[in-house]
Ligand binder design. Structure first.
Ligand SMILES: Nc1nc2c(c(=O)[nH]1)N[C@H]1C(S)=C(S)[C@@H](COP(=O)(O)OP(=O)(O)OC[C@H]3O[C@@H](n4cnc5c(=O)[nH]c(N)nc54)[C@H](O)[C@@H]3O)O[C@H]1N2
Ligand SMILES: Nc1nc2c(c(=O)[nH]1)N[C@H]1C(S)=C(S)[C@@H](COP(=O)(O)OP(=O)(O)OC[C@H]3O[C@@H](n4cnc5c(=O)[nH]c(N)nc54)[C@H](O)[C@@H]3O)O[C@H]1N2
Ligand code: SF4
Ligand SMILES: [Mo]
Length: 647
């Protein structure tokens, strides 16, 4: 007898540029088996990472939250502080807490808080519809992309770039501030094709020797936060040694003569002193880059983890505009494609209800905010109640010490909707069990490719799990919401959003998965029909004031902006918090395989530093500063400069 195996289409929902097309083995209506990449997808093409290929262990994990919980013991302990309650009771108590808080302190004292646990737009962003209708405080989402986005857009005008598939056609790939072997394996898959076909070269710009850097022809090990200096010196050489494409510069950029003048003194010696990279390597890279027309820059998020990230990104992003690499197939740059997708999300986000006068709080400042920081709170009330979906701020938000202190407040009502008892859930008064992407409907856009993928649920929700959308509907009903978005199912919201954006979704009652390619074609993705500024040019002169939150004193032309925390005798190391291959931010910590692959959290320190400080391999150390601290094991590592700690 032959066994008939059923495979359903799905899309990886995690916060990863790859947004891989998946195939999921369906064992029965409640159980999945294997998960694999979907062959033939034009970009992800059957390749996925190790953690998602073990997804059955995550969806069917014995620690999955299965029923609503109410806290009856102390915060921060976990399951034993909770007792099961019904959904009715959990939602009633949450609604009552929000209503009473809003009545006493005003609606802005309630702060819905979310990030990127799932990247599906319906399930991720629906919380904004509740926010806007109830006039709760807004959220400025600054965990990750803000600095990079503004730096990129200052140059090109829009967050889009060369199609990732063209990596396969390059002669040189420059991976700058990213570690795709860990964080988006598909880049390496595309690059292998270029390497096989024409021996394409790989340059990696990263403070430490990552698994990606291991594969590089040239690895530039710079000091963290000095990318602006490196980029300036490279452009200095491009101008001085005649690699600049003046026809391109005159036609497509705003002030090339001025840039050249500005860079006159930012030479490799100047940059070497700041970056710690030898002059010879800067020259080698500049000459290789300048002499290779089909040079593809894959720009990651790494260097944007420093305070000068926006100006560093803008400086790096200026390189292909100097050489004119944008003109060539396999040339140009890609940081992210999210603005390719022009979607009308009014129905999901309740944008028609948004009142710009309502206070917006900075997500990354949650610690100070919960501790009552007057600058953050402005003239508004303190935050007294929160709904948290899709994020684990106790682990991921900066200034850990204050985050913890804030969450410990007994006068703060917290409802967390989660799949697992995370560190944040363990601080909540009410914990609600959430579905996974395999158990709800949604659509996904990508950062690293051009497809919008529509993916219905593959199995039924386990236990009493409910999706973010259903939870918001049911809480909203209790709060008296009227927006039509609350009346629709998640699937109806998917189709409505597509229809409102001018795409054919059909009524599709049998819920088929499908995808739409937003590839704008070669001319547009390479900005050959103009950059996205009113003058159609790439801007070497950045207008930072177009962003309401821009800092004072940002250099307009590419530069090294000296606002980072330099190491000193008190704090001798600069910290790099690099993504681990078997975890995704704080997700996958429950997976046995991930725990096995990275048995202990470690900090890489240069052997010279270890010797000076008397540290040996495996020794436990506490690293930290006034904002927080963490206990790690020392791993002596010579693949970086001294004075850097890689956690
Ligand atoms: N396995 C895994 N995959 C992930 C994630 C994960 O945690 N684990 N996270 C996901 C998310 S949310 C994101 S945003 C992406 C991020 O993925 P990436 O774009 O790869 O960016 P980062 O995670 O910031 O770090 C990448 C590299 O930047 C380097 N870096 C740090 N500081 C600097 C600097 O000042 N200059 C330069 N040039 N490099 C620097 C780090 O050493 C690191 O190797 O990955 C996603 N995918
Ligand atoms: N310590 C540390 N801090 C970091 C990072 C890091 O790697 N380590 N990375 C930084 C970066 S680049 C980013 S983008 C941010 C990311 O920060 P977060 O967006 O908070 O990412 P995660 O830590 O993965 O937490 C996501 C949570 O969402 C839950 N979740 C997943 N799907 C759903 C769903 O459908 N519904 C609900 N209700 N919950 C769901 C998961 O179980 C998980 O606990 O963190 C930043 N800070
Ligand atoms: S590489 Fe990224 S998008 Fe692909 S399966 Fe892994 S986490 Fe998901
Ligand atoms: Mo991120």
């Amino acid at each position: 007898m032959t066994e008939s195996v059923q495979w359903a289409h799905s899309t990886c929902p995690h916060d990863c540029p790859s947004t891989c097309a998946l195939e999921v083995e369906v064992i029965d209506s409640k159980t999945i088996g294997r998960v694999r990449g979907r062959k033939g997808h034009p970009y992800t093409d059957g390749v996925i990472c190790g953690k998602v290929s073990r997804y059955a262990d995550r969806v069917h994990h014995p620690n999955r939250l299965m029923q609503p919980l109410k806290r009856v013991g102390p915060k921060g302990v976990g399951m034993e502080s909770y007792t099961p309650i019904s959904w009715e009771q959990a939602l009633d108590e949450t609604a009552t807490a929000f209503q009473e808080t809003a009545k006493e302190f005003g609606s802005e004292s309630v702060w819905p808080y979310f990030y990127a646990g799932t990247m599906g737009h319906v399930q991720r962003d629906g919380i904004d519809r509740l926010r806007h209708e109830m006039r709760y405080s807004g959220q400025h989402s600054t965990f990750c992309i803000t600095l990079a986005d503004s730096g990129w857009n200052a140059g090109t005008g829009k967050k889009r770039g060369t199609d990732g598939r063209e990596i396969a056609e390059c002669e040189l790939l420059v991976v700058w501030g990213g570690n795709p072997v860990n964080t988006q394996i598909n880049v390496m898959h595309q690059f292998q094709k270029a390497r096989r076909a024409r021996n394409a070269k790989l340059v990696v710009v990263d403070p430490y020797r990552t698994d990606t850097a291991e594969k590089a022809d040239l690895h530039l090990k710079l000091r963290p936060g000095t990318d602006g200096a490196l980029a300036c010196a490279v452009m200095h050489v491009l101008f001085e040694e005649d690699y600049a494409d003046w026809d391109y510069l005159e036609q497509y950029t705003d002030c090339p003569q001025e840039l050249r003048e500005h860079l006159k003194h930012r030479d490799p010696q100047w940059a070497s002193a700041k970056t710690g990279i030898p002059v010879s390597q800067i020259l080698e890279f500049a000459r290789l880059y300048g002499s290779t027309p089909r040079s593809f820059m894959r720009i990651g998020y790494g260097f944007t983890r420093s305070r000068n990230g926006a100006t560093a990104m803008h400086s790096v992003n200026s390189l292909p505009a100097v050489t004119g690499a944008w003109k060539y197939k396999g040339g140009g740059a890609l940081y992210g494609n999210t603005e390719l997708y022009q979607l009308n999300k009014t129905m999901i986000c309740g944008l028609d209800l948004l009142d710009p006068k309502i206070r917006i709080l900075d997500q990354s400042r949650i610690g100070p905010i919960l501790c009552g920081d007057a600058q953050d709170l402005g003239t508004g009330p303190p935050v007294k109640a929160m709904l948290i979906q899709n994020t684990n701020p106790m682990m991921v938000a900066p200034e850990t010490r204050k985050v913890r202190q804030g969450f410990m407040r007994e006068d703060l009502f917290i409802c967390v909707h989660e799949q697992f008892m995370t560190e944040t859930a363990a601080m909540a008064d009410i914990v609600l069990p959430a579905t996974s992407f395999l158990e709800h409907d949604d659509y996904y856009t990508a950062s690293g490719h051009t497809f919008l993928q529509i993916s219905p649920a593959v199995i039924e929700p386990p236990g009493e799990c409910r999706s973010n959308h259903v939870m918001l509907q049911q809480l909203g009903t209790r709060l008296g919401v009227k927006h039509p978005g609350f009346q629709m199912t998640a699937w109806e919201l998917v189709l409505k959003t597509l229809a409102d954006s001018g795409f054919e979704g059909g009524n599709n009652p049998e819920k088929r998965s499908f995808q739409i390619d937003f590839d704008p074609g070669f001319e547009t993705s390479h900005y050959l029909d103009g950059f996205e500024h009113p003058d159609g040019r790439f801007h070497f002169r950045a207008d930072w004031n177009q962003w309401p939150f821009a800092a004072e004193g940002m250099p307009q032309l590419p530069d090294h902006w000296e606002v980072i925390d330099e190491a000193d005798s008190d704090k001798p190391f600069r910290l790099v918090t690099a993504p681990a291959r078997w975890f995704l931010n704080s997700t996958f910590t429950e997976l046995e395989i991930s725990r096995k692959k990275l048995s202990k959290p470690r900090v890489k320190l240069h052997p010279q530093d270890c010797q000076e400080m008397g540290f040996s391999e495996g020794q436990g150390v506490r690293i930290g500063n006034e904002r927080g601290e963490v206990q790690l094991e020392v791993e002596p590592f010579d693949g970086m400069q001294p004075g850097i700690a890689v956690g």
